[in-house]
Design a protein around this ligand. Structure first.
Ligand code: CDV
Length: 312
């Protein structure tokens, strides 16, 4: 019997630095209501969905930095999002900057959560593959300081049995790494939710065309889905944000690797699809039957070290 869940990607247009959390949540609530009207049960929002993409600026004042972080989740502004989703019977994925106080030490993570139909946090993920750099780099037209503002995630790539499926998460740059997908694939993931903030141009290469960057955005998600027999909902924060152009191109991808829905604006936009979670079974039991075909005895190098070493 099919296990269909109607999923939605809630792409968001730019969020200006001056926009308040309450204003952003208002936009998200509108997207939730529209998703409900279109029959969606699960809505995916972008990475760092509550603010502008602040790692594009070098900041030395940590009070200024910390203003972009959530001290609690839900908090005073985000409670409305949780309440609306629960009232509509919708689950959601949300990316945000997280403050965690542990043993008297403040930790900062680039985080996402899955919230279930009852408004409970059913799962949390902290971004593992942080791109960019730690210090100001003058040769870049804009900065990408995720390595300055966030610690590497300490939760691995967990999956969660919730809302009728096995759900996984990652964030933006994670989607480019096959290890992200395979680790969740090894845990039987059926639907991966991910949000991203990806500049339309490459800050280190003036010649990389935007259409090639969009191709990279899509093929990494398509390959991850196909090679692990999973659905994915991959959602952008898009458009001209505080002087930087972010690509759109949010997609829903089937376990076959096909794109079944795609955003065509750079604004707040919903994409919706009826995803049969059983559809991944075929890949998982044939070409990508891991137990039958994987050869872990020759994969050791992947976990032994990070970097490439060329032969002499
Ligand atoms: N937010 C991101 O992780 N952005 C990266 C950019 C910097 C390459 C991405 O992979 O889209």
């Amino acid at each position: 019997m099919a296990r269909v869940i109607t999923v939605a990607g809630a792409q968001m247009g730019p969020i200006a630095r001056g926009e308040t959390r309450a204003e952003v949540v208002e936009r998200m609530v509108a997207l939730l209501r529209r998703a409900h009207e279109r029959g969606a049960k699960l809505v995916v929002f972008p990475e760092l969905a509550l603010t502008t993409f602040f790692p594009r600026w070098y900041m030395e004042d940590w009070n200024e930095v910390d203003a972009f972080f959530e001290k609690e989740m839900p908090g005073p502004d985000t409670q409305r999002l949780f309440d609306t989703a629960r009232d509509l019977g919708i689950g959601f994925y949300l990316g945000y900057a997280e403050h965690e106080h542990r043993d008297g030490v403040l930790h900062r993570f680039n985080t996402s959560i899955i919230v279930d139909f009852e408004g409970r946090i059913a799962g949390k993920y902290r971004k593992v593959h942080l791109p960019g750099h730690t210090d100001f780099e003058g040769h870049r037209p804009w900065q990408h300081l995720e390595k300055r503002y966030f610690e590497v995630g300490d939760l691995g790539f967990p999956v969660f049995r919730t809302m009728g499926g096995i759900m996984g998460m990652c964030l933006c740059n994670d989607r480019r790494w096959p290890e992200t997908w395979r680790v969740m694939g090894m845990k039987g993931v059926e639907l991966v939710m991910l949000g991203y903030n990806t500049p339309a141009a490459n800050s280190l290469s003036a010649t990389e065309p935007p259409h090639v960057r969009m191709m990279h955005n899509h093929i990494t998600v398509q390959a991850g889905c196909y090679q692990n027999g999973t659905w994915a909902v991959s959602v952008a924060k898009a458009g001209h944000e505080d002087g930087c152009d972010l690509m759109g191109g949010s997609i829903i991808v089937a376990p076959s690797g096909e794109i079944v829905a795609q955003a065509h604006t750079l604004a707040d936009e919903l994409i919706v699809y009826d995803a049969d979670l059983d559809e991944g079974r075929f890949n998982k039991t044939t070409i990508f039957n891991f137990a039958a075909h994987r050869r872990p005895e020759v994969y050791g190098i992947i976990t032994e070290r990070a970097g490439m070493i060329e032969p002499d």
